[in-house]
Design a protein around this ligand. Structure first.
Ligand code: FAD
Length: 618
């Protein structure tokens, strides 16, 4: 099944995306306009992304001491993406947007993710601009966000530091007011920043006129010390080149210096950087940090406050939640790319003879490996992981549309469901679509372990997704420690209500009733394990097995998604597509869902085997 036919089925037959056109915001849209966007993205991905995926892997970004050098193909891909209008797809018409539903935008972006995940970092730019649209002043929107949407500028998110990755409360970058009148700068209260930001994706390059860094930093209190914890964190716009209130470059370079590029396992088409803010490489004139040596330059990179002091992390979460859905989709599409490659390989590679009743017939011709049951198992596993994850990601995107444009009660339910599902949408594909990539290598045998075939690159590219945007362990603690218990467990109850609704429909359908019962049992088991984990109220005990909990929770969510998809598929006339989707659902219920028993057992028993082992016993 082509990606396009799967997307069409999920968007229109399953999620009924066309119904969104009944809402005022999307009234000008129709299936035709949605399809036109999908066609354009599919074409650009085919022409400007896919042919260069290996090139950007082998020609890593280089730093010549002044500038970052990237292949021409990266520049061309960025221009094509910007010209397609996708940077501002969801924005209002009056600022040049398309007012496209997020679910269609997400579906259209899958073509790029599958063709070459690392050639473009456009989702960072869109996420950065979207954050400014939500939390910036009118002028910050005009000068920075709009110039990101139109492709002039690109964006980054600068959270991590060498000593502060998972624990952002330890951020050490400082921001001090930039002299008298600092609060009156038209671009926002002006500060001077000093510190180091590690791992910053697309942190330096020559792809755009300017780079808009969104930086987390702490403003010291009256005692000169930054407030401990996340409450002391504020958010700043720190442009690479300074701009005036019209968005024109002033000709002054801001003091953001590239200390070096990180050399990565995969995802090599995007630069990854260590940035030094305010180290003095590009001194900026004026301001509070005026040097006493008479050089006339202030100390620190110029940054403009976004929102209120101390609200930095809250604002940044606007970008991080979108980014987490996008990361889940990225993992999913890398899984898809491997699935397609290994399916094609399995159809053409002759090897071995079929098993007959009397054993192998040595005189028979070799068969194609797709004829072996074990290869089929690996193909169906990939299909169930990747198409299931795609359905989950689009379901999440549809919830975003509901939250933004639905009636108040439905919008609030969508918000809460997203709270609970976001760790799963990010993490489940990161783990299981990576496993899909591993199976794709396995199907290629020794050839899969070489660079002559693309599957090893997909695996390397995908390995990042369990690490960035909150590691697997951090996401699991967010799920069990916060999301399923927040608002008195209302989010979990809401999710259970949706799952039960699917169960009630499926139980009426011959062929699906057994799966409906299995899902009902899984849901009960997850609920019981959640309660048992928190029975003593001790977070150390409850969260000791947060990752197995997230695996079981995720598998239950995916089983629900597959059952719901199966209900839509069963109504389809086209035979192979229908058969394939029902087989993937069946695979998931027969081979995957039973695994939750082992995962939930350690959660339920608050098993401390790992947590309490003395260090010297490892
Ligand atoms: C290629 C790449 C691109 C990135 N892009 C960006 C970017 O654009 N912007 C940005 O700001 N950051 C970016 N990051 C940083 C990324 O978000 C961090 O690497 C991540 O948050 C983990 O931080 P760390 O590397 O310091 O690991 P650590 O936080 O040191 O974690 C190491 C291990 O310890 C575990 N651990 C840590 N704390 C706990 C805890 N409390 N409980 C249980 N386990 C724990 C983690 O799960 C992990 O397995 C990127 C990283 C990479 C590799």
């Amino acid at each position: 099944m082509s990606l396009r036919s799967t997307l069409d089925f999920l968007l229109y037959d399953w999620l009924k995306a066309e119904a969104l056109n009944g809402r005022e915001r999307f009234a000008d849209h129709s299936r035709e306009t949605f399809d036109a966007v999908m066609d354009t993205c599919e074409r650009i991905a085919r022409e400007k992304y896919a042919p260069f995926n290996r090139l950007v892997d082998t020609q890593e970004p280089q730093f010549d001491g002044e500038k970052v050098i990237l292949p021409q193909a990266t520049h061309d891909a960025r221009v094509a993406y910007a010209e397609s209008g996708m940077l501002s797809a969801a924005q209002d018409y009056d600022i040049g947007g398309m007012q496209l539903p997020f679910v269609v935008e997400s579906a259209a972006n899958t073509f790029f993710a599958k063709a070459s995940i690392s050639i473009g970092a456009n989702l960072l730019t869109t996420g950065n601009a979207n954050l400014l649209m939500a939390h910036g002043t009118e002028l910050q929107k005009q000068v920075f966000a709009l110039n990101e949407f139109n492709g002039r500028f690109t964006g980054t998110m600068c959270l991590s530091e060498p000593q502060a990755g998972s624990s952002l409360s330890d951020v050490a970058t400082r921001a001090v007011p930039d002299g008298e009148g600092f609060a009156d700068d038209p671009l926002g209260p002006r500060y001077r920043l000093t510190g180091n930001k590690m791992w910053i994706s697309a942190g330096d390059h020559e792809l755009s006129e300017n780079i808009v860094h969104l930086v987390l930093a702490k403003i010291p209190g009256a005692d000169g010390r930054p407030m401990p914890g996340v409450k002391g964190i504020s958010l700043f716009i720190v442009p690479k080149h300074l701009v005036d209130a019209e968005g024109r470059l002033t000709g002054d370079r801001n003091d953001v210096a590239l200390a070096g590029l990180n050399h990565k396992l995969g995802w090599r088409g995007t630069t990854n950087t260590l940035l030094n803010f305010g180290e003095g490489k590009y001194p900026v004139r004026g301001g509070a940090g005026e040097r006493l040596d008479g050089a006339g330059a202030g100390v620190g990179a110029v940054g403009y406050l976004v929102g209120k002091p101390g609200e930095g992390l809250r604002c940044m979460f606007h970008m991080m939640n979108e980014a987490r859905i996008a990361i889940g989709m990225a993992a999913t599409m890398l899984g898809h790319a491997g699935f397609e490659a290994s399916l094609d390989y399995a159809k053409h590679r002759p090897q071995g003879r079929p098993l007959g009743v009397g054993g192998k017939d040595a005189g028979a011709s070799p068969v194609r490996i797709i004829e072996h049951a074990d290869v089929r198992r690996m193909l169906l596993a990939q299909k169930s992981y990747c198409e299931g994850a795609l359905a989950l990601g689009l379901y999440g995107a549809r919830l975003v549309d509901e939250q933004r444009t639905g009636p108040p009660e439905a919008a609030d339910e969508a918000r809460l469901l997203l709270e609970v599902l976001t760790p799963v949408i990010k993490s489940w594909p990161s783990e299981f679509c990576l496993e899909a990539n591993s199976l794709a290598i396995q199907i290629h045998g020794g050839y899969g372990y070489t660079r002559d075939f693309p599957v090893e690159q997909y695996w390397r590219d995908n390995r990042l997704n369990m690490i960035h945007e909150g590691t697997h362990g951090i996401q699991a603690m967010d799920l069990l420690g916060r999301k399923v218990v927040m608002e008195g467990g209302r989010g979990l109850q809401l999710l259970a209500g949706r799952v039960n609704h699917t169960i009630e429909r499926a139980i009426q359908v011959p062929g699906l009733a057994a799966y409906a019962n299995a899902l009902g049992q899984a849901l009960q088991d997850v609920g019981a394990a959640t309660e048992a984990a928190w029975a003593t109220g001790d977070p150390q005990e409850a969260l000791a097995n947060a990752v197995p909990y997230m695996q079981a929770f995720g598998h239950t969510v995916l089983a629900w998604i597959w059952l719901d998809v199966a209900l839509a598929a069963i109504a389809l006339p086209t035979l192979p597509a229908r058969q394939g989707r029902l087989a993937a659902a069946r695979y998931f219920f027969h081979y995957e869902l039973p695994r939750i028993g082992a995962w939930l057992k350690v959660v339920r028993e608050r098993d401390l085997t790992c947590a309490t082992l003395p260090e010297d016993a490892f």
